[in-house]
Ligand binder design. Structure first.
Ligand code: HEM
Length: 196
Protein backbone atom coordinates (compact mmCIF):
# COMPACT_ATOMS: atom_id res chain seq x y z
CA UNK A 1 0.00 0.00 0.00
CA UNK A 2 1.52 3.42 -0.91
CA UNK A 3 2.19 5.48 2.18
CA UNK A 4 2.15 9.22 2.42
CA UNK A 5 5.59 10.49 3.54
CA UNK A 6 4.00 13.64 4.99
CA UNK A 7 2.13 11.45 7.48
CA UNK A 8 5.40 10.10 8.84
CA UNK A 9 6.89 13.58 9.36
CA UNK A 10 6.40 13.32 13.13
CA UNK A 11 8.02 9.89 13.32
CA UNK A 12 11.70 10.81 13.22
CA UNK A 13 11.49 13.62 15.82
CA UNK A 14 9.43 11.30 18.06
CA UNK A 15 11.91 8.42 17.78
CA UNK A 16 14.84 10.82 18.22
CA UNK A 17 13.33 12.24 21.43
CA UNK A 18 12.49 8.78 22.78
CA UNK A 19 16.02 7.54 22.01
CA UNK A 20 17.48 10.35 24.14
CA UNK A 21 15.53 9.24 27.21
CA UNK A 22 18.00 6.57 28.47
CA UNK A 23 20.82 9.11 28.45
CA UNK A 24 18.61 11.78 30.05
CA UNK A 25 17.71 9.27 32.78
CA UNK A 26 21.40 8.47 33.33
CA UNK A 27 22.29 12.18 33.57
CA UNK A 28 19.44 12.60 36.04
CA UNK A 29 20.82 9.74 38.16
CA UNK A 30 24.32 11.28 38.06
CA UNK A 31 22.91 14.65 39.18
CA UNK A 32 20.89 12.97 41.95
CA UNK A 33 23.94 10.96 43.04
CA UNK A 34 21.93 7.82 42.53
CA UNK A 35 24.37 5.48 40.78
CA UNK A 36 24.98 3.16 43.74
CA UNK A 37 28.25 2.25 45.46
CA UNK A 38 30.32 2.10 42.24
CA UNK A 39 29.12 4.92 39.92
CA UNK A 40 31.83 4.31 37.28
CA UNK A 41 30.91 0.66 36.94
CA UNK A 42 27.20 1.48 36.88
CA UNK A 43 27.83 3.98 34.05
CA UNK A 44 29.84 1.38 32.11
CA UNK A 45 27.14 -1.27 32.54
CA UNK A 46 24.24 1.04 31.71
CA UNK A 47 25.82 2.54 28.56
CA UNK A 48 26.92 -0.95 27.42
CA UNK A 49 23.41 -2.31 27.86
CA UNK A 50 21.86 0.56 25.91
CA UNK A 51 24.37 0.07 23.11
CA UNK A 52 23.27 -3.54 22.81
CA UNK A 53 19.56 -2.69 23.03
CA UNK A 54 19.84 -0.06 20.26
CA UNK A 55 21.80 -2.55 18.17
CA UNK A 56 19.10 -5.21 18.53
CA UNK A 57 16.31 -2.70 17.82
CA UNK A 58 18.18 -1.61 14.66
CA UNK A 59 18.37 -5.24 13.53
CA UNK A 60 14.69 -5.86 14.19
CA UNK A 61 13.48 -2.94 12.03
CA UNK A 62 13.82 -4.69 8.65
CA UNK A 63 11.96 -7.84 9.83
CA UNK A 64 9.26 -5.59 11.29
CA UNK A 65 8.98 -3.83 7.95
CA UNK A 66 8.57 -7.21 6.17
CA UNK A 67 6.01 -8.51 8.66
CA UNK A 68 3.87 -5.35 8.91
CA UNK A 69 4.50 -3.92 5.43
CA UNK A 70 5.16 -0.51 7.00
CA UNK A 71 8.01 1.43 5.43
CA UNK A 72 8.32 3.66 8.52
CA UNK A 73 10.39 0.99 10.27
CA UNK A 74 13.10 1.32 7.61
CA UNK A 75 12.97 5.12 7.66
CA UNK A 76 14.16 5.20 11.27
CA UNK A 77 16.78 2.42 10.88
CA UNK A 78 19.75 4.69 10.22
CA UNK A 79 18.89 6.95 13.16
CA UNK A 80 18.49 4.06 15.61
CA UNK A 81 21.77 2.54 14.37
CA UNK A 82 23.53 5.84 14.98
CA UNK A 83 22.12 5.87 18.52
CA UNK A 84 23.79 2.46 19.04
CA UNK A 85 27.10 4.00 17.88
CA UNK A 86 26.51 7.06 20.08
CA UNK A 87 26.03 4.91 23.19
CA UNK A 88 29.01 2.70 22.26
CA UNK A 89 31.17 5.84 22.04
CA UNK A 90 30.01 6.95 25.51
CA UNK A 91 30.57 3.41 26.86
CA UNK A 92 34.12 3.40 25.49
CA UNK A 93 34.79 6.91 26.85
CA UNK A 94 33.53 5.87 30.31
CA UNK A 95 35.89 2.89 30.18
CA UNK A 96 38.90 4.99 29.12
CA UNK A 97 38.24 7.86 31.53
CA UNK A 98 36.48 6.59 34.65
CA UNK A 99 37.69 2.98 34.73
CA UNK A 100 41.22 3.49 33.42
CA UNK A 101 41.82 7.21 34.14
CA UNK A 102 43.19 7.86 30.63
CA UNK A 103 46.30 5.80 31.43
CA UNK A 104 47.22 5.19 27.80
CA UNK A 105 49.61 2.34 28.45
CA UNK A 106 47.02 0.46 30.53
CA UNK A 107 44.39 1.17 27.87
CA UNK A 108 46.64 -0.30 25.15
CA UNK A 109 47.49 -3.28 27.34
CA UNK A 110 43.84 -4.06 28.11
CA UNK A 111 42.82 -3.69 24.46
CA UNK A 112 45.45 -6.23 23.46
CA UNK A 113 45.47 -8.62 26.38
CA UNK A 114 41.89 -8.91 27.63
CA UNK A 115 39.86 -10.84 25.08
CA UNK A 116 36.48 -9.44 26.19
CA UNK A 117 37.83 -5.91 25.79
CA UNK A 118 39.34 -6.68 22.36
CA UNK A 119 36.01 -8.18 21.27
CA UNK A 120 34.05 -5.13 22.47
CA UNK A 121 36.54 -2.87 20.72
CA UNK A 122 36.17 -4.77 17.45
CA UNK A 123 32.38 -4.36 17.72
CA UNK A 124 32.91 -0.63 18.28
CA UNK A 125 35.19 -0.37 15.22
CA UNK A 126 32.52 -2.05 13.09
CA UNK A 127 29.87 0.39 14.35
CA UNK A 128 32.21 3.32 13.55
CA UNK A 129 32.72 2.02 9.98
CA UNK A 130 28.96 1.63 9.55
CA UNK A 131 28.32 5.10 10.99
CA UNK A 132 30.85 6.75 8.66
CA UNK A 133 29.33 5.04 5.62
CA UNK A 134 25.71 5.61 6.64
CA UNK A 135 24.98 8.93 4.83
CA UNK A 136 22.91 8.59 1.66
CA UNK A 137 25.78 9.87 -0.51
CA UNK A 138 27.93 6.96 0.70
CA UNK A 139 25.18 4.46 -0.05
CA UNK A 140 25.14 5.72 -3.64
CA UNK A 141 28.91 5.89 -3.99
CA UNK A 142 29.56 2.40 -2.58
CA UNK A 143 26.84 0.60 -4.52
CA UNK A 144 26.75 -3.15 -3.80
CA UNK A 145 29.68 -2.91 -1.39
CA UNK A 146 27.53 -0.82 0.92
CA UNK A 147 25.18 -3.75 1.55
CA UNK A 148 28.11 -6.12 2.02
CA UNK A 149 29.74 -3.81 4.55
CA UNK A 150 26.52 -3.15 6.43
CA UNK A 151 25.91 -6.87 6.90
CA UNK A 152 28.73 -6.58 9.44
CA UNK A 153 26.16 -5.22 11.87
CA UNK A 154 25.27 -8.86 12.58
CA UNK A 155 28.92 -9.58 13.41
CA UNK A 156 28.98 -6.52 15.70
CA UNK A 157 25.90 -7.85 17.52
CA UNK A 158 27.42 -11.35 17.86
CA UNK A 159 30.65 -9.84 19.24
CA UNK A 160 28.60 -7.74 21.67
CA UNK A 161 26.84 -10.86 22.99
CA UNK A 162 30.20 -12.65 23.43
CA UNK A 163 31.55 -9.52 25.20
CA UNK A 164 28.53 -9.49 27.53
CA UNK A 165 28.65 -13.25 28.24
CA UNK A 166 32.36 -13.02 29.07
CA UNK A 167 31.71 -10.24 31.60
CA UNK A 168 28.67 -11.77 33.27
CA UNK A 169 30.46 -15.01 34.26
CA UNK A 170 27.79 -16.29 36.69
CA UNK A 171 24.46 -14.56 35.98
CA UNK A 172 23.92 -15.48 32.35
CA UNK A 173 20.17 -14.65 32.23
CA UNK A 174 20.74 -11.33 30.47
CA UNK A 175 23.11 -12.85 27.91
CA UNK A 176 20.59 -15.63 27.23
CA UNK A 177 17.80 -13.07 26.69
CA UNK A 178 19.77 -10.81 24.32
CA UNK A 179 21.44 -13.82 22.67
CA UNK A 180 18.03 -15.41 21.98
CA UNK A 181 16.73 -12.20 20.40
CA UNK A 182 19.81 -12.06 18.15
CA UNK A 183 19.47 -15.78 17.27
CA UNK A 184 15.85 -15.16 16.27
CA UNK A 185 16.85 -12.19 14.10
CA UNK A 186 19.63 -14.20 12.43
CA UNK A 187 17.26 -17.13 11.85
CA UNK A 188 14.77 -14.77 10.21
CA UNK A 189 17.50 -13.37 7.97
CA UNK A 190 18.59 -16.86 6.82
CA UNK A 191 14.97 -17.86 6.32
CA UNK A 192 14.40 -14.82 4.03
CA UNK A 193 17.60 -15.48 2.14
CA UNK A 194 16.84 -19.14 1.42
CA UNK A 195 13.12 -18.63 0.91
CA UNK A 196 14.05 -16.35 -2.01
C1 HEM B 1 29.30 -2.46 20.39
C2 HEM B 1 30.13 -2.38 21.39
C3 HEM B 1 29.83 -2.79 22.81
C4 HEM B 1 28.70 -3.31 23.38
C5 HEM B 1 27.36 -3.61 22.73
C6 HEM B 1 28.97 -3.49 24.79
C7 HEM B 1 28.06 -3.99 25.70
C8 HEM B 1 28.30 -4.12 27.05
C9 HEM B 1 27.32 -4.52 28.02
C10 HEM B 1 25.90 -4.94 27.70
C11 HEM B 1 27.90 -4.48 29.23
C12 HEM B 1 27.22 -4.75 30.57
C13 HEM B 1 27.57 -6.08 31.14
C14 HEM B 1 26.81 -6.25 32.46
O1 HEM B 1 25.57 -6.19 32.45
O2 HEM B 1 27.48 -6.47 33.47
C15 HEM B 1 29.25 -4.05 29.04
C16 HEM B 1 30.18 -3.89 30.04
C17 HEM B 1 31.47 -3.53 29.84
N1 HEM B 1 32.04 -3.14 28.66
FE1 HEM B 1 31.17 -3.14 26.84
N2 HEM B 1 30.26 -3.12 25.04
C18 HEM B 1 30.81 -2.69 23.86
C19 HEM B 1 32.08 -2.19 23.67
C20 HEM B 1 33.00 -2.06 24.67
C21 HEM B 1 34.32 -1.51 24.49
C22 HEM B 1 34.85 -0.96 23.17
C23 HEM B 1 34.94 -1.56 25.71
C24 HEM B 1 36.29 -1.14 26.07
C25 HEM B 1 37.27 -1.07 25.23
C26 HEM B 1 34.01 -2.14 26.65
C27 HEM B 1 34.26 -2.35 27.98
C28 HEM B 1 33.35 -2.81 28.90
C29 HEM B 1 33.64 -3.01 30.30
C30 HEM B 1 34.98 -2.78 30.99
C31 HEM B 1 32.46 -3.47 30.88
C32 HEM B 1 32.27 -3.93 32.33
C33 HEM B 1 31.90 -2.88 33.28
C34 HEM B 1 31.96 -3.54 34.63
O3 HEM B 1 31.13 -4.40 34.92
O4 HEM B 1 32.86 -3.18 35.37
N3 HEM B 1 32.83 -2.41 25.98
N4 HEM B 1 29.48 -3.83 27.70
Amino acid sequence: MPQNPARTGWLKPAVFSAALLPLAWLIWRIAANDLGPDPAQELAISTGEWTLRFLLVTLSLTPLRHITGRIEFVRIRRMVGLFALFHAAIHFTVWMSLLLGFRWFAIGEELLERPYISIGFLALLILIALGITSPRAMVRRMGKNWKRLHRLIYLAAILAIVHLTWILRTDVGEAVLYGSILALLLAYRFYRRFAK
